[in-house]
Structures are given as structure tokens and as C-alpha cells.
Design a protein around this ligand. Structure first.
Ligand code: B12
Length: 491
């Protein structure tokens, strides 16, 4: 009996063909079904012009249900488009939604008409149970961890306990074409890997505390190695991009994983990890050296704001001094710290925004390897800060499809939670901010686009002048980039 799963492109327009990420969420739910003997078919839209034909072909035969995943944002539209195909081809086939967005807003997702069942939270145990129920005609009420409509009434069954990550089998990568997902970085092939879930912190903008209840769970080093070894054995891929929200939550475990990677002698590269600045302050030199030996090249660090009162407001539980200290500690090591900032946070004053810029300038000046990224704060449903934006006039979308317009590149016109002067600054400086930190913008284009590199180099002094002096007069380059559609698209 077949189950068809669909991975909608997370972006729209030309970006559909851009960077490809392993569909880890779908693989996690497909693996137990595969091992239980189901015929699981995963259709990928990302970077795949034939997705529609492949989906129609997959739906032929005896299907039990269709499953789709989605984050909040443009991915929802792509998910809905696939559901339209399913409804057309196989009217009556149950459509199951899973993933972050549907888990946060199950009722609205169901009322859209594009979903028959929502799997809320982790799907490894719930989805096989649901598939069995659908195949056997067992009532939905007997399946824990789901939501559905019964005669128009919203029903949610009891939540399912978190799964034991150490008891999970290695993913059934053979269900997808791994070649589609290999990313050539630092001279070797890479794929994504996830070794833990959740985060004990309470950042007011983050979805994590909502779905994971601040409960952090992780694979032991042996389990991680077992999974990585399979990927190396079956696909020869030795580069891994860890997607963990907080890989370093338990420093003893983190050290154990990194040591195991180094000691294995398999040439494994953990190329990218996310970390908090205060965690770096807790690492000694040996630990940082160990990370270098495991080929950690990039550490992504959420700084969010250069204003301490703002950090306190968003409950980051971290200080600006810790960020500066972390940058200092990383300096002697060949690791690129990628500092992430959010602009247009609720109530952010122009002065606070200027403090973020000043901190980014300081970090990139003090550590020449450091790079930064500024994104517009996007309120995500279920989070504490989202409620603040609603209190300040955000009209929550009433339809599933309307969440698709939530975008991190542009301040929404109705963003009443943003000070009008801050909004003007953000709108005008978003583009030049991309060029702050020499080399950051040009590196990806070095081999492919000499014109873009030359233009960026010419523009750099003006960009730096603009952002350091908050000079937003005649922002012609921003208007041009927006007009040409190469920047700030809303899809
Ligand atoms: C890799 C990644 C991406 C990839 C692509 C993801 C993909 N698969 O398509 C890329 C780089 C494209 C991406 C982009 C974005 N991302 Co992103 N991304 C992630 C990341 C780091 C890992 C996702 C992952 O693999 N998780 C591991 C798997 C196992 O977890 P899972 O997907 O939740 O799946 C489980 C359940 O949800 C469920 N499930 C999932 N799907 C399904 C389907 C069915 C049928 C069933 C039954 C169950 C089920 O079962 C799974 C196993 O338990 C997460 C953070 C995280 N740790 O999850 C953020 C995250 C998903 N991204 C997020 C965001 C905000 C974005 C962006 C909008 C903006 C940004 N600043 O990055 C953009 C997208 C839009 C755009 N215009 O580009 C948020 C989403 C919040 C939300 N409300 O949706 C997250 C949670 C990060 C965060 N903490 O804020 N992202």
C-alpha cells in the first residue's frame, strides 16, 4: 500500500530552483513506514521542474494517503498547489499535513479545505499509527497526536510524548535521490543532518519553546556516529550541515560528538553549526581547537540586536559583552562566525537599530573573518512576540494561504509594531547592509559572476557610508535592485 509524500519548495519565483535542502522532516516520517513495509514515495518540488508529472504518476495505484509538510511562509502556497493536484487526481484521498505551520495552527489549516488530518508535532510515531488507522478504517479518535474535523467540529487527540531520538533507525535515504541534495561546499559533498531537537531557552520570537516546550533532546555520540557512518558508507558523503537548533545545549555531549567525529578518522566535516554567543564564552581553547579539527568552518550565532534593553525584551538571556567576548575568542581560530541580526523588532527605536549596525560593524572590524546577516523580524504564530505584534495592530491572517506572504525580507506595510522612523531606515538600509563586512557579499559570486563582484566592490564604500551614518538620502540603488526584482521580493 502506497503513501505519497510531498516536499514543497520553501521559496517562490526563480528561487524555487535555488539551494536544495534534504527534506529531513519527511524522511523522518517516511523511514518507519518504509521499514514497516509501506510503499513510500517522496516527491520533491525544490529544484525539480517535473514535480507535477512525478506527483501525478505517484498518485496512481493504491494509495492510503497523501502527506505534505510546510513552514510558515511561501512554502504554504506550494503545498496548497500540490494539494490541488491531489484533489483533482484522487478526490477522496485523505490529505495529511505535518510540519511546523500546521502544528502551530491545526484548526485553520483544516478549515482551509486542503487538509483532512494534521499531525501535530513529531511525526515518527504518529504518522505510522495514522496510516494504519486509515488503512484499517479505524476511527481517527484512536490516534494520538492528530487534529481533524468531525462534522465541522475541530477535534484534537491527546498529544504524543516526545520520541526517543536514540531509538530511531537511520533514515531511509534510498527513498530520495541523494544526488539531488549533495551540496558542494569547501571542496566536498554535504547533506543536512539533525542530531537534537528543542532548546531550553525562551526567546520570545522563536517557535521552538511553543512546539518543544523548552525540552531539549539529543542523540548520544554513538547514535550520531552510527547515522553518519551509514551516509558515508552508502553515498560517500562526508560533509554534514547540522540543522540542530541548539547542538551545544549539553557541552559534554557536544564534545563527545565532535571527539567521536575526529577520532573516527573518516574525514568527516561538520561544516556548519549554530551556537549561542554565551555558549562560546563557556568553551575553552581546547574545545574550539577540537571544533577546528572536526572541520567546523562556520558557526551561526543569533545576536538579534545591539541594544541590551531590546535583548532583554525579547528574552534572549544574553549580553552584548558576551557577543563581543565570543567574537574575541573565535578570532584566533579559522572559523567564520556568522552573526544574525533582526531588524524592525517590535518597538525598536531608530537608536536601537543604529546600535545593531554599530555592533555588526564592530564585530566584522574586530574579526576580519566575521560576517553578518540582517533580516527583517517576521512574527511567527504561537510565539510570545507574535502576540505583541497583534496587540500593536497586526491583522492575523484568517486563511492558510495568507500566511504565505509572511516574509523576512521586507517590513510589512501594516507593521504598526515598528516605529515609522525605524521602518524607513530599515527599508532604505536593508540593501546596503548586505555589503557590510568586506568580501561577504562577493565570495559566493567570485567564480560565477565577475560583473556582480565588480559592481559590489565599487558600491562597497557607499554602502558602508550609508549604514554607518544612517544616510538614507536618495536610496537609488535600493529602488533599482527592488525594481529589477533581484532583491526584497514579496513571494
Ligand atoms: C533546513 C531549514 C530550512 C531550509 C529548508 C527546509 C525544508 N525542509 O524545506 C531553508 C534554508 C530553505 C529554510 C528557509 C527558511 N526557514 Co527554515 N529551517 C530549517 C531548519 C534549520 C531545519 C529543518 C529541519 O530539517 N528540521 C528537522 C526535522 C526533523 O524537523 P521538522 O521539519 O519539524 O519535522 C518533524 C515534524 O514537524 C513532523 N513533520 C514535518 N513534516 C511533516 C509532514 C508530514 C506529512 C507529517 C505527518 C509530519 C511532518 O515530523 C518531523 C519529524 O518529527 C529549521 C529549524 C529546525 N531545527 O527545525 C528552520 C525553520 C523550519 N525555518 C524557519 C524559517 C522561519 C525559515 C524562513 C522563513 C526564514 C529564515 N530566516 O530562515 C526561510 C523560508 C522562506 C524563504 N523565503 O526562504 C523556522 C520556521 C518557523 C515557522 N513558523 O514555520 C524554523 C523552525 C527555524 C526557527 N527556529 O525559527 N529553512
Amino acid at each position: 500500500m502506497r503513501i505519497v509524500l510531498f516536499n514543497p519548495a520553501p521559496r517562490s519565483g526563480w528561487q524555487v530552483q535555488r539551494r536544495i535542502e534534504l527534506p529531513l522532516g519527511l524522511l523522518c516520517v517516511a523511514t518507519p513506514l518504509d521499514l514497516a513495509g509501506w510503499d513510500v514515495c517522496i516527491v520533491e518540488e525544490y529544484g525539480n521542474r517535473r514535480w507535477r508529472t512525478e506527483l501525478v504518476e505517484a498518485l496512481r495505484g493504491e494509495c492510503v494517503c497523501f502527506g505534505v509538510t510546510s513552514m510558515t511562509g511561501p512554502q504554504l502556497l506550494h503545498a496548497v498547489r500540490a494539494c490541488q493536484v491531489v484533489r483533482q487526481q484522487r478526490p477522496g484521498l485523505p490529505i495529511v499535513w505535518g510540519g511546523i505551520h500546521a502544528s502551530l495552527l491545526p484548526e485553520q489549516t483544516l478549515r482551509s479545505g486542503w487538509a483532512d488530518v494534521v499531525v501535530v508535532g513529531e511525526g515518527e510515531e504518529t504518522f505510522p499509527d495514522l496510516a494504519d488507522a486509515l488503512a484499517a478504517g479505524r476511527p481517527l479518535g484512536s490516534v494520538a497526536g492528530i487534529a481533524y474535523l468531525e462534522e465541522g467540529r475541530f477535534r484534537a487527540t491527546a498529544p504524543r510524548p516526545y520520541i526517543d531520538l536514540n531509538a530511531q533507525p537511520p533514515l531511509s535515504y534510498r527513498l530520495i535521490n541523494m544526488d539531488h541534495y549533495r551540496r558542494r561546499l569547501f571542496g566536498m559533498d554535504h547533506v543536512s543532518f539533525n542530531s537534537s531537537r528543542g532548546c531550553p531557552f525562551r526567546c520570545a520570537f522563536c517557535w521552538d519553546p511553543v512546539l518543544h516546550g523548552r525540552k531539549w533532546r539529543a542523540m548520544e555520540p554513538d547514535t550520531v556516529m552510527d547515522h553518519l557512518r551509514r551516509v558515508i558508507r552508502d553515498y560517500g558523503i562526508r560533509g554534514f550541515l547540522f540543522t540542530d537548533d541548539f547542538f551545544f545545549a549539553d557541552l559534554t555531549r557536544a564534545r563527545g560528538v565532535v571527539e567521536a567525529v575526529v577520532q573516527s578518522g573518516l574525514g568527516i566535516s561538520i561544516s556548519k553549526l549554530q551556537v549561542r554567543a554565551d555558549t562560546i564564552c563557556r568553551m575553552d581553547r581546547d574545545f574550539l581547537d577540537l571544533l577546528v579539527r572536526a572541520n567546523v568552518r562556520r558557526l551561526t550565532i543569533g545576536v538579534e540586536s545591539g541594544s541590551q534593553p531590546m535583548l532583554d525584551r525579547i528574552r534572549k538571556d544574553m549580553t552584548i559583552e558576551q557577543v563581543i567576548e565570543a567574537n574575541e575568542r573565535l578570532k584566533p581560530h579559522p572559523i567564520v562566525p556568522v552573526y544574525l541580526f533582526m531588524m524592525a523588532l517590535p518597538g525598536e527605536t531608530p537608536e536601537q537599530f543604529a546600535q545593531s549596525i554599530a555592533l555588526a560593524v564592530r564585530l566584522t572590524d574586530e574579526n576580519p573573518r566575521a560576517v553578518k546577516t540582517f533580516n527583517v523580524y517576521t512574527p511567527y504564530p504561537g510565539t510570545e512576540l507574535y502576540d505583541t505584534t497583534v496587540a500593536h495592530g497586526l491583522q492575523p491572517p484568517h486563511r492558510l494561504e495568507d500566511w504565505a506572504a509572511f516574509n523576512f525580507r521586507k517590513v510589512r506595510d501594516d507593521a504598526a509594531w515598528v516605529h515609522p522612523r525605524t521602518r524607513r531606515l530599515v527599508d532604505a538600509l536593508d540593501f546596503p547592509l548586505m555589503f557590510l563586512g568586506k568580501g561577504h557579499f562577493v565570495t559566493p559570486y567570485k567564480r560565477t559572476n565577475p560583473l556582480a563582484v565588480a559592481l559590489a566592490r565599487m558600491y562597497y564604500p557607499l554602502a558602508r557610508h550609508r549604514v554607518t551614518n544612517l544616510d538614507v538620502r536618495f536610496p537609488l540603488e535600493t529602488l533599482l535592485a527592488r525594481g529589477l526584482g533581484i532583491f526584497g521580493r514579496q513571494d
